[in-house]
Design a protein around this ligand. Structure first.
Ligand SMILES: [Zn+2]
Length: 173
C-alpha cells in the first residue's frame, strides 16, 4: 500500500501495483513546472520540477554551466553537476528544490586532485566524509600546473567521480 496526495491535496491509499503503474505514468508524462514542456535529452530535469533551461534562468546570477549527471539513486532521483566561473562544482538533485550546493569534494574530484577516502586513527581505518573539504588557491590554475608536471600520476579514486571529469580522456592538454 502507498499513500499519496492527488493534486497535492486529496490523500488516497492505493495498492503497490497501482503505485507502480502510477510511477510509470508519472515518468512518461512529467513536465517542467515552469515551461510545461516534457524533459528532453538535451534539456533534462535537473532540479525539483525544473528543466535545465528554466533552472539556468532561475539561477542566472550564479553563472553555472551544465556538466552532466553525477549519479542516480534507486528511486530514479538524479544528481547533476554544474560549474561556476571559478571552476567550482555545484550539485543539484531532481528530488529536491534546495539551492544548488557548492561541493568542494566534487570540485576536487572533477579537477583530479587525489582525495583520500580513509584515514587511520589509532590504527583504526575511518572513512572520511565528503562534506568537510576546503580548497585554497585557484583550482583551475593548480590543475594546469599539475597536468604539466604529473600527467601520468594515478588520479583520485574513481568511485564517486563524475563521468565528465576534467581529466577524463583529456589529460594531454
Ligand atoms: Zn522548463
Amino acid at each position: 500500500m502507498k499513500k499519496l496526495r492527488l493534486d497535492n491535496y486529496r490523500e488516497v491509499t492505493i495498492s503497490d501495483e497501482g503505485y507502480a503503474q502510477l510511477l510509470a505514468i508519472v515518468n512518461a508524462t512529467k513536465v517542467c513546472q515552469q515551461c510545461r514542456l516534457p524533459y528532453q535529452k538535451d534539456c533534462p530535469q535537473v532540479y525539483g520540477n525544473l528543466c535545465l533551461e528554466c533552472f539556468q534562468k532561475k539561477y542566472a546570477s550564479k553563472g553555472l554551466s551544465y556538466i552532466g549527471e553525477l549519479s542516480r539513486d534507486q528511486d530514479g532521483d538524479v544528481t547533476h553537476l554544474f560549474m561556476d566561473k571559478n571552476g567550482y562544482i555545484h550539485t543539484t538533485a531532481t528530488g529536491s528544490e534546495q539551492e544548488p550546493y557548492q561541493s568542494n569534494f566534487q570540485t576536487l574530484m572533477y579537477w583530479c586532485f587525489p582525495v583520500p577516502k580513509f584515514v587511520a586513527i589509532d590504527g583504526v581505518q575511518v572513512e572520511l566524509s565528503t562534506w568537510q573539504w576546503h580548497i585554497y588557491g585557484d583550482v583551475k590554475k593548480t590543475v594546469r600546473a599539475k597536468n604539466a608536471e604529473e600527467q601520468r600520476q594515478p588520479s583520485a579514486p574513481q568511485g564517486q567521480r563524475a563521468k565528465a571529469g576534467a581529466c577524463d580522456g583529456s589529460e594531454s592538454a
